[in-house]
Design a protein around this ligand. Structure first.
Ligand SMILES: CCCCCCCCCC(=O)SCCNC(=O)CCNC(=O)[C@H](O)C(C)(C)COP(=O)(O)OP(=O)(O)OC[C@H]1O[C@@H](n2cnc3c(N)ncnc32)[C@H](O)[C@@H]1OP(=O)(O)O
Length: 157
C-alpha cells in the first residue's frame, strides 16, 4: 500500500466529507490506497465499524454505512486513476474532483460490524470526465456487497 491515502491529498475544502474527510471528526474517515504500487487499476481500503453502525439486525451493519464506504472508496479510486492517467501527483492543481453520478449496489449477505471490512475497487473505464469503478466490500474474505459506480469529474468552474 502507498504511504499516503488518496483522501489525505484532498485540498482542505474537500476534506470534510462525512465518509472520508480527514477533517471531519464525526465522519468515517475512510482511507483508500493502491492495492499494489505496480498496478494502477486496483485499490483497497479497510474499515472496522463501530457498534453504533448497526442496522436493524443485531451485530450487522446498516446498509447506508456500506453505501457510504463504497461511495467514498469509488470516488477516491476514480480521482487517483485520473491523476495517474494525467501523470500528475494526486492533489496537485488543477484539482480533479470526482462525484458519484450513479452507484448501483447488490447486498449479497449481512455485513458484520465486529470484523474489519475490506473494500476493493477496480477502475474498469476512464474516458473523458467519466470513470466506471467496480467495487466490492467483504468480511473475512466473503463478499458482502458489490457495486458499480459511475463517477464524474466536476468541471473546473
Ligand atoms: C479530489 C477531491 C475529491 C472529493 C471527493 C468527494 C467524494 C464525495 C462522494 C459523494 O458523496 S458525491 C455526492 C453525491 N453525488 C452528487 O451530489 C452528484 C450530483 N450530480 C451532479 O453534480 C451532476 O449530475 C454530475 C456532475 C454527476 C454530472 O453533471 P455534468 O453536467 O457535470 O456532466 P454531464 O451531464 O455532461 O455528464 C458527463 C458525463 O457523465 C455521464 N453521466 C452523468 N450522469 C450519469 C449517470 N447518472 N449515469 C451514467 N453516466 C452519467 C454523461 O453521460 C457524460 O458522459 P459522456 O462524457 O460520455 O457524454
Amino acid at each position: 500500500m502507498s504511504k499516503q491515502a488518496f483522501q489525505d491529498s484532498y485540498p482542505a475544502e474537500f476534506s470534510h466529507c462525512y465518509g472520508c474527510g480527514h477533517d471531519n471528526p464525526h465522519g468515517l474517515q475512510l482511507k483508500s490506497y493502491w492495492l499494489d504500487e505496480e498496478d494502477r487499476t486496483h485499490t483497497v481500503a479497510h474499515f472496522t465499524p463501530k457498534p453504533y453502525h448497526t442496522g436493524g439486525v443485531p451485530d450487522k451493519a446498516y446498509g447506508g454505512l456500506i453505501a457510504s464506504l463504497l461511495d467514498c472508496h469509488g470516488t477516491a479510486s476514480a480521482a487517483a486513476a485520473a491523476y495517474f492517467k494525467e501523470g500528475r501527483k494526486m492533489g496537485t492543481a488543477p484539482i480533479l474532483r470526482f462525484v458519484t453520478a450513479s452507484l448501483s449496489i447488490d447486498f449479497l449477505r449481512p455485513t458484520p460490524i465486529k470484523e474489519e471490512l475490506t473494500l476493493y475497487g477496480e477502475i474498469t473505464q476512464l474516458e473523458g470526465r467519466k470513470a466506471t469503478v467496480a467495487l466490492s466490500l467483504s468480511a473475512n474474505g466473503e463478499p458482502c456487497a458489490t457495486a458499480t459506480m459511475i463517477a464524474v469529474a466536476l468541471k473546473p468552474e
